[in-house]
Design a protein around this ligand. Sequence first.
Ligand SMILES: Nc1ncnc2c1ncn2[C@@H]1O[C@H](COP(=O)(O)OP(=O)(O)OP(=O)(O)O)[C@@H](O)[C@H]1O
Ligand SMILES: [Mg+2]
Length: 226
Amino acid sequence: MTTISLSLKGLGKVFETDAMETHALKNVDLEIEKGEYVAVSGPSGCGKSTLLTILGLLDNPSRGEYVLDGENVASLCRDRAAEIRNSKIGFVFQSFNLIDELSVKDNILLPFKYSASKPSNEKLNEKVDEILAKVGLEHRKDHKSNLLSGGQQQRVAIARAIVNDPSLLLIDEATGNLDSENSQQIMDLIESLNEAGTTILMVTHDPVCAARAKRTLKMKDGMLIS
Ligand SMILES: Nc1ncnc2c1ncn2[C@@H]1O[C@H](COP(=O)(O)OP(=O)(O)OP(=O)(O)O)[C@@H](O)[C@H]1O
Ligand SMILES: [Mg+2]
């Protein structure tokens, strides 16, 4: 069995609008092994979120190769991309992307909403309880998510990302607006997920967070420079 979780070769992404072309990613090469914990940092606008979006199969690259678990996934149709995403990938967005009107529980279960193989309600309930215990929010299951603190919302976003037991977890700024204590709790949680075998790629601007990863990459102007 291969030990490579994902590999990118000559990956490029161009955004075209009426007025201009933005080369958000230029010739990115990257290999990440199963079980790795990698941090990516770099200045605002250098392409970090774009890279995660492509790795998470939320968008296709303009050119280049992306192989995930041995499958070429650079230009999948939406359905197949969604299938892979649902079965293997967890995504924590830069701006939590929780749905305000939904309870914590329903936010966490969103990944199952369009999933073909939806477990029974009883199983889903058990799953939510287990995940909430993991992120320390047992007492907030039925709260509306917009009534939670920033750190709690971030933990719900992580809970949602891991509810389908992904082998690859992509995190865009896990601790953006959090104080150092909350930030440390989130980093402990991420580390425990990695220790349990999840491959993690985390974008962060915080050197303290980046230092907790086992490998750090720097991005600049759409390129990985180390
Ligand atoms: N959908 C889009 N359409 C057009 N341009 C885009 C789009 N998404 C991103 N860009 C551009 O691509 C470049 C990279 O953006 P990206 O969001 O990846 O940066 P980032 O490194 O995540 O920045 P930040 O640290 O501020 O989150 C930027 O110049 C941005 O304006
Ligand atoms: Mg970003």
